[in-house]
Design a protein around this ligand. Structure first.
Ligand code: SF4
Length: 505
């Protein structure tokens, strides 16, 4: 199979850089539906530009290129060991080319393998079939949305929705709750794959498999088709909106399967995927490994641009700031302000925050902008280049951020999805703000980086290191200010109240 590895390299590259037409169509509808001139509309415009940039430059749509999950069907007689080896070779090569972020970390030591390979990585499911060709489907689903997967064991009592029983009405409540609890942390608008029934482990698997259905298909079971349509309608009345900013579009897809269960168990398993819904597939010649056909898209059909105009749609009300920032500057900001940050900025996510609990930072962070980001970086000669650099989910740093603000004098934290009460109190006490960047807009933000000055703590791995960047007009929304206000808390409360009205419906 002389073409097999090359075919898989193409599959991985295209999946990471070029969203399939059904997802593009859903996101086009989202842009058209959202109320113009709102923060959610601005977020959707940036997302649309980002999708175009990723396709034009063949760059990763989002810097979190996820856990590669392959579903492979082979004819009888095909050596699956050879196919698995080719998948691993293709992953190594696409990581080297910067199409994937090195994303595989030893769970005991925290060491990044650097090539997306390791125990149980990637995930490969093989199945034999009676067709003559090999079929390989690939899903790249990042950590932010993976962390918002949820499983219910019915009967259960749900926030704002009351008791969910072991019936379709109980399932409906679970699914509305699943969308609500994700808020902006899984980079809404998202899609859910659902399994009603099965056991805990296989239920999650069947739920994830629903993400291989196209967003515009219709469930062949009329009962599930009705439930899917109802959830789409009701979830989009919740008001979570793009990035959790509040808005009309929270969900772009709902795909439900039912599996038999044990009489004693009634699980509802939900796989939440973000707007960066990267899923493609190929049919391969079983003797050569050459691509016979693409799944989910027609490579001959031209890819339509998503955005009407490129870049960030300026309203004229944006506040330009240059880092390092003063306390006075940040105390003047309030929730809802859109800022354009220029100057120096330091990345830091899970490992850096953990490090800062026990060591002083390698740089002076007084007045600094700290960016929750694990970028894709490539080294060319002595120079590092940013290949993708969107925000990561900030709530993971909630146990640490208040200490970082107090000890080191950081004035602005950029991330996505918002943070909790402890950080909000620290922002107020020490004079700092939380800025929500647009999750997944990795190409857009990579273009805002004008220079990579240095890298610190590189032994933590490329995504976890502290990158010292120079940015220009880096757009973000103030969602937590130094006056005790949090847009995230407000939206969560408002959408919770909306859930209560749906519960009574
Ligand atoms: S778009 Fe958001 S949730 Fe999705 S992979 Fe990227 S960072 Fe994670």
């Amino acid at each position: 199979m002389q073409f097999l590895t090359e075919s898989l390299i193409q599959l991985i590259t295209q999946t990471s850089t070029n969203l399939p037409p059904d997802v593009r169509a859903a996101m086009r509808d989202a842009v058209a539906t959202e109320t113009p001139n709102t923060q959610a509309a601005q977020a959707l415009n940036i997302i649309a530009s980002n999708i175009d940039m990723a396709h034009e430059d063949e760059g990763a749509i989002c810097q979190d290129t996820g856990m590669p999950t392959f579903i492979v069907h082979t004819p009888v007689g095909v050596n699956q060991i050879v196919v698995a080896r080719a998948i691993r070779d293709a992953l190594r090569e696409t990581t080297r080319r910067g199409k994937l972020r090195p994303n595989s970390v030893d769970s005991l030591t925290g060491k990044n393998s650097g090539d997306n390979l390791g125990p149980e990585t990637p995930v490969i499911h093989f199945e034999q079939w009676e067709d003559d060709e090999i079929e390989v489907k690939l899903l790249l689903k990042g950590g932010g949305c993976e962390n918002k997967n949820i499983q219910y064991s019915l009967p259960a009592n749900l926030d704002h929705l009351g008791r969910a029983d072991r019936d379709l009405e109980g399932v409906r409540k679970c699914l509305l709750h699943a969308v609500w609890q994700a808020q902006g942390q899984g980079c809404a608008p998202g899609a859910i794959g659902v399994c009603i029934g099965s056991d805990r482990a296989h239920g999650y698997m069947v739920a994830k498999m629903q993400l291989f259905r196209t967003l515009d298909d219709v469930n062949p079971d009329p009962r599930l088709a009705k439930l899917e349509a109802g959830i789409m309608e009701e979830a989009n009345r919740l008001g979570v909106g793009a990035m959790g900013f509040g808005g009309r579009v929270s969900l772009i897809g709902c795909k439900i399967a039912a599996a038999n269960r044990l009489p004693a168990s009634f699980f509802v398993s939900v796989a939440y995927d973000c707007w960066a819904f990267r899923r493609l597939g190929v049919r391969l010649d079983a003797s050569t490994g050459a691509i016979v056909k693409w799944l989910y898209r027609d490579p001959e059909a031209p890819v339509r641009n998503m955005a009407e105009a490129s870049g960030f749609p300026l309203s004229g009300r944006e506040i330009a700031l240059r880092a390092p920032l003063s306390e006075e500057q940040v105390r003047a900001l309030k929730v809802g302000d859109v800022v354009l940050i220029s100057g120096q900025c330091f990345t830091g996510r899970d490992a850096v925050h953990h490090y800062l609990m026990h060591h002083d930072p390698p740089v002076d962070l007084r007045g600094a902008v700290l960016y929750h980001c694990g970028p894709v970086m490539l080294k060319s000669g002595d120079e590092w280049q940013v290949k993708a650099a969107g925000p990561t989910t900030s709530i993971r740093e909630e146990p640490y951020e208040a200490t970082v603000l107090e000890r080191y004098g950081v004035r602005a934290v950029i991330g996505k999805g918002g943070m909790g009460a402890k950080t909000l109190a620290a922002l107020q006490k020490f004079g700092a703000v939380y800025l929500n960047a647009i999750g997944g807009a990795a190409q857009y933000y990579a273009r805002r980086v004008k220079k990579v000055h240095r890298v610190h703590l590189l032994d933590l791995g490329v995504p976890e290191a502290m990158w010292h960047l120079d940015v220009q007009d880096f757009a973000a929304v103030v969602t937590m200010d130094a006056h005790g206000n949090s847009l995230h808390a407000d939206v969560e409360q408002q959408t919770g109240a909306e859930l209560e009205t749906l519960q009574k419906a």
